[in-house]
Design a protein around this ligand. Structure first.
Ligand code: FAD
Length: 493
């Protein structure tokens, strides 16, 4: 395993291909610091004595080498691995107050570890071995990756092969003796400018005319022809007040302008049905990650709400307790459902465990539809101050500071310095550019609520519930009673 310094050093050596605000920038540009800090945390926590008791969830044993690796490089070989990944996600997200951002990589490698094996079974290809070889290097060198899944998609109702411009979904434009050439663009790629590898996979199910779009490959983030056009929210936290961070994302519109990918990094090429399968598998693993990160984010918003209540001296009021209980219901329902998704996992042909589809999607959807409500609760309890808080300079100005200290005073049990810090931090997390990004991410990251609904309805046997109703209504039912959502009892009875 490497240190965060080594991670940062690797980034600084990469080819310059990151564009922001009209400039070609370096990866150690201060505007990307928030994204780098998030990933760096995943390296630091593994050796930080403060997190010693979490060592078993932050690390894993590689099934390829038998060595201890960072869990973000691991494929889930058991139910315990899935539960550990969920825990790791919640714990690491707590440290950065939001997305930990190394999740796209782990989810993409797990999806590939299933789909490549299935492709080999169906088509006699040798993708799985190739992927394992790549994964071995990834694990041995503790590399970081993002997932470039979401195509720009052009006209939404049109399929990839129906678009006026075929590049609106990334596709293979040339096959050579030593590899393939891909063209297109992927959008909303979180952390692309601060990781080493882009895991390119399809967005959606594909039809048999769409083989050229059924491509999965690993591309170095600074490969020739790759251009990262990046947006990163301004850092909202106050370093002056000693707040940790900044931790904010950096998302990329990633252009693949005729990018050559050698065969050793190609994990699917033309197997259209596996392309669709891979798209759904990544979404599933990513929604499983959300069963850890979304509860963590609710914990942060809930903590902020409780802190605001304390600053305002209203922490014992019944409406505060009611609203905190509502948030606990959101976070723990999402987390508990994630545990159920792990316990009900299925072992795939490659030995990688696949979490339960319904539980993952129910959890993710529940979190997504509640995100704005959680901010609503925080704003309600905080009052208006996070939006009109006087600037830091006015706290430093000896002429205005005494007025602020006198008139910002609230709960006499809380020192004015803490009240100031609390409001400034809540302003950062709820009333800033970064907060807006977090809200959209809460709705769409991992797929829009509609996508989760489709996944749930595709896997849920509603007919069985209709049969329950028919029996109770005295309408004859031919099939004997059965219900497939009862869950596994770990270890059996
Ligand atoms: C902050 C953030 C981070 C993200 N990180 C990543 C990442 O790291 N990697 C990655 O690959 N993706 C990432 N995503 C992408 C995310 O998965 C997508 O935003 C999500 O799938 C929605 O796609 P879209 O943004 O193109 O919206 P659209 O798909 O355009 O959705 C807009 C609306 O149109 C509807 N719609 C779309 N198509 C149809 C249709 N054919 N028929 C009917 N209705 C339709 C949708 O249901 C939705 O209501 C991220 C997104 C966000 C916001």
């Amino acid at each position: 395993m490497i240190t965060s310094n080594e991670y940062r050093k690797r980034l600084s050596k990469m080819r310059r291909n990151v564009y922001m605000s009209g400039e070609l920038i370096y990866r150690d540009d201060p505007r990307l610091e928030g994204g780098t800090n998030r990933i760096a945390k995943t390296y630091d926590m593994v050796t930080d004595p403060e997190f010693k008791e979490y060592e078993d969830i932050l690390t894993a044993t590689s099934h390829l080498t038998g060595k201890k690796i960072n869990r973000f490089c691991h494929t889930h070989r058991s139910v315990a691995d899935l539960l550990a990944k969920q825990k790791m996600t919640r714990v690491t997200c707590h440290q950065v107050g939001g997305c930990i951002d190394r999740c796209m990589g782990i989810d993409a490698i797990n999806a590939n570890s299933v789909a490549t094996h299935e492709a080999d079974q169906a088509h006699g290809t040798a993708y799985y071995k190739r992927f394992e070889k790549w994964l071995r290097d990834f694990q041995e060198n503790d590399r970081s990756a993002c997932c470039a899944q979401t195509d720009v998609k052009g006209n939404r109702p049109a399929r990839p092969h129906e678009q006026l411009d075929p590049d609106l979904y990334l596709h293979v434009v040339e096959t050579k003796s030593d590899g393939i050439v891909i063209r297109g663009a992927k959008v909303h790629n979180s952390v692309a400018p601060v990781v080493e590898w882009l895991m390119v996979i399809p967005t959606r199910r594909l039809t048999k005319e769409e083989g050229e779009w059924a491509v999965s490959c690993a591309v170095p983030a600074d490969a020739e022809g790759v251009k990262l056009i990046v947006s990163a929210a301004r850092s909202p936290i106050s370093k002056e007040l000693g707040m940790p961070g900044p931790y904010v994302g950096a998302d990329s519109l990633t252009v693949f302008d005729n990018v050559f990918v050698p065969w050793e990094n190609v994990f699917l090429n033309g197997e259209y049905e596996l392309g669709g399968r891979l798209a759904l598998l990544f979404a599933l693993y990513h929604r499983h990650s959300y069963t850890g990160c979304k509860p963590a984010f609710t914990d942060v918003i809930m903590g902020a709400t409780a802190l605001m209540a304390e600053c305002n001296g209203i922490e014992k009021k019944p409406h505060v307790s009611e609203k905190l209980a509502e948030m606990i219901c959101t976070s723990e329902l999402c987390y508990g459902t994630g545990i159920a998704a792990g316990i009900n996992a299925q072992k795939s042909g490659s030995g990688t465990y696949i979490p339960d589809i319904v539980y993952c999607n129910v959890s993710r959807r529940h979190a997504g539809v509640n995100i704005y409500h959680e901010f609503d609760i925080l704003a309600d309890i905080a009052g208006g101050m996070p939006s009109t808080l006087p600037r830091l300079g006015d706290w430093e100005n000896p002429e205005t500071r005494p007025y602020l200290e006198k008139y910002m005073m609230r709960n006499p049990e809380v020192p004015i310095e803490d009240i100031h810090r609390a409001f400034r931090w809540v302003q950062a997390i709820s009333c800033s550019e970064a907060a807006g990004v977090a809200q959209y991410a809460g709705v769409h990251g991992g797929g829009s609520p509609r996508m989760e609904q489709i996944a749930i309805m595709g896997s849920y046997d509603v007919e069985k519930t209709k049969n329950i109703a028919k029996r109770l209504a005295g309408i004859p039912v031919k099939e004997k009673y059965s219900f497939d959502r009862l869950g596994e009892i770990p270890g059996g009875l």
